[in-house]
Design a protein around this ligand. Structure first.
Ligand SMILES: Nc1ncnc2c1ncn2[C@@H]1O[C@H](COP(=O)(O)OP(=O)(O)O)[C@@H](O)[C@H]1O
Ligand SMILES: [Mg+2]
Length: 265
């Protein structure tokens, strides 16, 4: 039985199934994430974690099921429409705009909102409201560059960065426009200990605003337990257990399928 659908502003995934040819990647999956909540997704390789993110972000279509964000049903919405509603993600393999500077990687995430002031402002550029907006955007980008400790590389092309810092650029780009739902797919892979701790602080900060829910896939059980309020454990596309993080970790089904094997993926 699925839990009752929350009427909050959060994410609700119900009865979600996806198959790729003969492979059932997700079967009857449910996930609820409230604003301010950090919800971890665990499961061995091939469990369906990335597919779940792809379906929520809109790049893979659900065969059946329903996805909503607050009162908006987004099951059939385009990835762009979802992004406009505040869905942001990072990828299992970091994806940055390599040909843009680090600063511009972040700016692109807010420039889509346009300059305001209409066509006249486009022509004149010096319209005060337009200039004010630009100042505010640069201020927000500066704030996130500082948060992600990227100030020293702000003008460097993102392609030139080592993986750990590229991941922080990806994270910065995902949070600069103040998301409503943040999807992080194995965000610590390639990070050193200091970067991992920084990432954890940023994720806590984003959730602490109570406006954004975070869905987090991670290999490192200690890391995911240190951050998550609640968990979903997947195996072979099915929910093995969900609920408060400590209950899920203690569940026999999760131990048998996953933790008991010594797997850390
Ligand atoms: N584009 C695809 N085409 C075919 N099979 C896929 C595709 N994406 C994922 N799968 C399959 O779906 C299952 C779940 O994969 P995935 O969501 O990547 O798992 P996880 O992220 O938990 O490791 C796997 O069996 C995988 O091989
Ligand atoms: Mg994956």
């Amino acid at each position: 039985m699925n839990p009752p659908v929350s009427d909050s502003n959060g994410l609700s995934v119900e009865n979600l199934s996806v198959s790729f040819g003969g492979v059932q990647a997700l079967r009857d999956v449910r996930v609820q994430v409230s604003p301010g909540e950090i919800h971890g997704v665990i499961g061995p390789n091939g469990a369906g974690k990335t597919t779940l993110f792809d379906v929520i972000a809109g790049v893979v279509r659900a065969d059946t099921g329903k996805i909503s964000l607050g009162s908006d049903v987004i099951t059939r919405s385009s990835p762009t429409a979802r992004a406009r509603l505040g869905v942001r993600r990072t990828f299992q393999r970091a994806q940055v705009f390599g040909h843009l500077s680090v600063r511009d990687n972040l700016l692109t995430a807010i420039e889509w909102r346009g300059g305001g002031g209409g066509v006249l402002a486009d022509v004149l550029k010096r319209v005060p409201s337009r200039q004010q907006l630009e100042v505010e955007r640069q201020r927000r980008v500066d704030e996130v560059l500082a948060m992600c400790e990227l100030e020293d590389v702000a003008s460097i092309l993102a392609a030139a960065l080592p993986i750990g810092r590229a991941r922080m650029v990806e994270l910065g780009r995902a949070i600069v426009d103040e998301p409503r739902l943040l999807l992080l797919d194995e965000p610590t892979s390639g990070l050193d200990e200091v970067e991992t701790e920084r990432l954890a602080q940023i994720v806590r900060m984003v959730a602490a605003g109570e406006k954004c829910g975070v869905l987090l896939v991670e290999h490192d059980i200690a890391f995911i337990m240190s951050l998550s309020d609640s968990l979903t454990a997947l195996n072979l596309g099915e929910v093995l257990a969900d609920g408060p993080a400590s209950d899920v970790i203690a569940s026999t089904a999760v131990h048998d399928a996953y933790l008991g094997t010594g797997a850390t993926t």
